[in-house]
Design a protein. Structure first.
Length: 166
């Protein structure tokens, strides 16, 4: 299966909504049916219009099928949802990799997110660490260093230059 990751457009709002519902309703064990239904119903397709217009949403597609999507803004990963039939095939990891590279391009050294309890193991696999108490929604704040501080090399060079000058 060849998977492409591309920016979502306003034409994708329906599919974004549909993937999210499918991903949430497909979660096993951790949540009861009522909780999953309430989580899935919390958003309408229009809710994502602003994020999509801002260029924050990326969509994984295979041919004409949407498999999953993720969104980020600043250093924050605001959502990752993979269709349950495409779960555990590496689509989530591929989307996270694209979001992390977008975050680095925006000049950040760390990625942050709030994980629902069912997804903590997924994020740990990708190098994220819990960084504090549960937030008000019961989500786990997590963080991952993406690269060395931007100015480390510069500072080292500056120190070297000043040592030579001394
Ligand atoms: C959590 C979710 C995004 C994972 O996506 P995915 O495409 O199945 O993940 P991948 O196939 O890329 O898995 C990457 C690795 O994480 C592991 N993994 C995936 N889901 C996991 C989970 N819930 N718990 C622990 N490990 C998990 C995989 O086994 C894989 O490990 P490996 O590399 O050793 O084989 C997806 O299951 C989903 O959309 N869940 C419902 C919505 C949700 O909870 N989103 C997150 C909200 S914060």
């Amino acid at each position: 299966m060849s998977v492409t990751i591309r920016k979502a457009s306003s034409d994708d709002l329906g599919i974004i909504h549909d993937i999210r519902r499918d991903a949430i309703l497909g979660i096993s064990d951790d949540f009861g049916v009522i909780e999953r239904q309430a989580w899935a119903d919390r958003r309408s397709p229009e809710f994502f219009a602003e994020r999509v217009a801002a260029g924050d949403v990326v969509l994984a597609v295979s041919g004409s099928s949407g498999l999953g999507w993720g969104s980020s803004s600043g250093d924050y990963i605001s959502g990752v949802y993979i269709r349950s039939s495409s779960g555990h095939t590496g689509v989530g990891r591929a989307i996270m990799s694209r979001l992390e590279s977008d975050i680095v391009k925006r000049g950040h050294e760390c990625a942050t997110l709030d994980s629902s309890p069912n997804a903590v193991g997924f994020y740990v696999k990708l190098g994220y660490t819990p960084v504090g108490p549960l937030n008000d929604d019961g989500a786990v704040p997590m963080r991952k260093a993406l690269r060395a501080p931007h100015n480390t090399a510069l500072q080292t060079d500056e120190r070297r230059a000043s040592a030579v000058a001394d």
